[in-house]
Design a binder for this molecule. Structure first.
Ligand code: BES
Ligand code: MN
Ligand code: ZN
Length: 498
């Protein structure tokens, strides 16, 4: 064995010696990835030879197709030293990318973690790039973790030891740190809203900061008042859990100057009842996910710091609970945000943009070169793009293009929506500078982005609406229903190119 990582508490990952042959591996399960019709090449061919051509026969018989995320366990395979061989499909070879590998590896480990396993080996094909290997390793880490936070009888057990064969140790280490960041974001989202509220989220951020050596500042309600953060305070007033604003700062090796390269900003509404513009019960059910933007920012910051990337990063999240208590903010209220801009409240359920108004203003004051925010901001974005695709909105096309490229390269689909200045008229108010909803509901994702744009000054900025992809209502082969860790991998990939 050439390397061993104990990066995730209690979970061991080892990298097999480059000279070790997969057919000689001893394990409870050996995972092989195969493309459509690709059983006859590379590692697959070697393992198949050891089994006396078993895989080739199953492929010829059409029992194994190699289609994406197909997962076929073969118990007691002849000629190998494993209890089972698991064949996971990757789809067409020409279409193979890092995102497919992330999901395929997660499919395999999700399947196998349904039972306790001491030792599971996965084989990286010699044709995969380093980036692809990292994403496969990350997927393997994510698949082993499910929705067990509140279950007595756990449905997933992480493997005692994971062995990666054919992968460079550095890529495996980076993949584990990526998967860990995704799982952090997922856990924060999946935690029940009565356990994950502004104060407890801030405590999680403090523990991440301590673990990864980031500076942290937490503003409580008094500090928020001193800082004139009336917008975030207004949204939080309906709850007995007071709001918080958290700013983390990470300076990579060689970065001593005061100008952050990048600020990541997250919406952290720990529960969105809609406030007095109360949501119907069905729409409210999943609203613990309304802090997924903040979770993505914290997960990405944790990974960026653990990877020791050479960037100067600011990560800021606005944390509030949108409730209907006696002090709740009301329709017709006019809020003076920290920037001085006045906001007329037309709908208390359009609270995310109000929270972000103050966070963006605080971040603007730190003078970053670029700002990216993530928010479960609008149902309208899901109407436009569905569950799996995040919406992008920008005041700076090159920044948006770079972020889109980073996201797509790790398999996180994104699509840009327009920001024509005509939309600005829709958030004009009769009594204040702006109002918090557009005229009617059409183009609601864009009017929300237009509102945010008012608070970033001229700094290059891209807003990512993750209302769809942040939370999976159904279980997929590669992930249990619930928080997905959307944008953690995209943000880390973007920061690597910064
Ligand atoms: N948190 C919601 C958006 C949302 C909807 C996230 C579904 C995830 C899934 C946001 O605060 C909200 O309620 N937006 C309103 C805005 C409207 C009142 C202008 C919406 O989208 O309906
Ligand atoms: Mn809302
Ligand atoms: Zn919301």
């Amino acid at each position: 064995m050439t390397a061993e990582f104990e990066l995730l508490r209690g979970v061991r990952t080892v990298v097999a010696d480059p000279a070790s042959r997969p057919e000689a591996i001893e394990a409870d399960a050996l995972v092989l990835f195969l493309t459509e019709g690709g059983a006859g090449t590379g590692v697959c061919a070697d393992v198949d030879r050891a089994t006396g051509g078993l895989v080739a026969r199953l492929v010829a018989a059409g029992e194994i197709t190699g289609r994406r995320y197909e997962c076929v366990p073969l118990l007691g395979p002849p000629g190998l030293h494993v209890a089972q061989l698991v064949l996971v499909g990757l789809g067409k070879r020409e279409e193979l990318d890092a995102g497919t590998l992330y999901r395929a590896a997660a499919t395999a480990t999700r399947h196998l973690s349904g039972k306790a396993r001491a030792r599971v080996a996965l084989v990286a094909d010699g044709t995969w790039s380093t980036r692809q290997i990292e994403q496969a390793v990350a997927g393997g880490v994510v698949g082993m973790v499910g929705q067990d936070l509140y279950r007595g009888d756990k449905k997933r057990t992480r493997f005692g030891t994971t062995v990666w064969v054919g992968a460079p140790p550095e890529a495996v280490e980076r993949g584990i740190l990526l998967g860990d960041g995704v799982n952090l974001a997922r856990r924060l989202v999946n935690t029940a809203p009565d356990d994950m509220y502004p104060q407890t989220f801030a405590e999680e951020a403090a523990s991440v900061a301590g673990r990864t050596g980031m500076e942290i500042e937490i503003w409580d309600e008094d500090q928020l008042a001193r800082q004139r953060c009336n917008a975030i305070l207004a949204v939080g007033r309906g709850s007995h859990r007071p709001p918080r604003l958290v700013v983390l700062r990470y300076r990579g090796p060689g970065r001593t100057d005061d100008t952050p390269d990048l600020a990541l900003v997250g919406k952290g509404v720990t529960f969105d009842s809609g406030g007095l513009s109360l949501k119907p019960s069905d729409s409210m059910l999943t609203m613990k996910c309304d802090m997924a933007g903040a979770a993505a920012v914290l997960g990405a910051a944790a990974t960026i710091a653990s990877l020791k990337l050479p960037v100067h990063l600011v990560a800021a999240v606005g944390l509030a609970e949108n409730m209907t208590g006696p002090a709740a903010y009301k329709l017709g209220d006019v809020i003076t945000a920290r920037s001085g801009t006045t906001i007329e409240v037309h709908n208390t359920d359009a609270e995310g943009r109000i929270v972000l108004a103050d966070v963006l203003d605080v971040v603007k004051g730190l003078g970053p070169k670029k700002i990216i925010d993530a928010a479960t901001l609008t149902g309208a974005c899901m109407v436009a793009l569905g569950y799996d695709v995040a919406g992008l909105f920008t005041n700076d096309q090159p920044l948006c293009d770079a972020l889109a490229a980073a996201a797509r390269s790790v398999g996180e689909p994104v699509w840009q929506l327009p920001m024509y200045s005509d939309y600005d008229d829709q958030i004009k108010s009769e009594v204040a500078d702006i109002k918090n909803v557009g005229e009617g509901r059409w183009g609601g994702a864009i009017t929300a982005a237009k509102f945010l744009e008012r608070f970033v000054g001229g700094i290059p900025w891209t807003h990512v609406d993750i209302a769809g992809p942040a939370f999976a209502e159904k279980t997929r082969p590669w992930i249990d229903g619930g928080g997905t860790g959307s944008m953690v991998r995209a943000f880390v990939e973007f920061a690597r190119g910064t």
